[in-house]
Design a protein around this ligand. Sequence first.
Ligand SMILES: C[S@@+](CC[C@H](N)C(=O)[O-])C[C@H]1O[C@@H](n2cnc3c(N)ncnc32)[C@H](O)[C@@H]1O
Length: 289
Amino acid sequence: MFISGGWNDYEVLDTGGGAKLERWGAVTLERPDPQAIWPPARPDQWRSADAAYIRSDAGGGHWEFRRAIPDRWEMRYGALRFYVRPTGFKHTGLFPEQAANWDWMSELIRAASRPISVLNLFAYTGGATLACAAAGATVTHVDAAKGMTQWARANYALSGLPNMNARWIVDDALAFVEREIRRGRSYDAILMDPPSYGRGPGGEVWKIERDVYRLVEACAKLMSGEPLFFLINSYTTGLAPSVLSNVLSRALSGIPGIAHAQELALPVSSGGVLPCGSSGRWTAKGAAE
Ligand SMILES: C[S@@+](CC[C@H](N)C(=O)[O-])C[C@H]1O[C@@H](n2cnc3c(N)ncnc32)[C@H](O)[C@@H]1O
């Protein structure tokens, strides 16, 4: 299991009853989590939530604020800094479980001791972009949503990272990759964290089960002559980790390297771990891991 245990500013306090209680800096939030099918270990502690996201039967939901909280606040992960705030669809602008992947990529980039170019697809608010740039890589950040890209740029500036290490693209992931192939571009490392279902800026529909293999296969054509890593993350319930390692092994079969995949999880202070999807990691032959 890939466990993201390195946080000081973030903590899963308790889980259960279809929900999770989390500390985000000085703010405690209660959010739905359908996988938490067991009863809470510390039921009394849930009264400490400053706000809770209440799901509605018709889908979606709303935030219920029990105490005044800032419109947005900062979170730190090592030298990385992020703005977070309660947004629609229960999100906060940060996926703390990704920290284990940020650490893995950063270690590979530093150990490579050469300039590394990274392509980050479905890049959201830039967690992986910040981590790879802080490790010295140049990162091309691609997301379909202009608002998310602006948020990523604000996180990047907040973290004091050098402007020249990042390129910001608002585009459909597949359309951008196909254009880069035509341009003859290449990258040493590629990562993607696609939603189960999404839309590109031109309305392009993304369905992970239908489209992920084709996207990884296209990305294989962008891998440079000195590849380093390839990461696929999935939140899609039902897509087992071995699906991701099979996709990587098959689509990158022409490039010497090895794939492995595991569940991604967060430690829970009241005991156990919270499952948060899975990650498939491919490392080029000879890359120090
Ligand atoms: C689950 S989030 C990714 C989380 C992110 N990797 C992280 O850990 O911070 C999915 C992102 O995919 C973007 N997206 C959805 N469909 C897309 C598409 N067809 N092309 C590019 N980005 C897309 C959304 O705007 C959203 O920012």
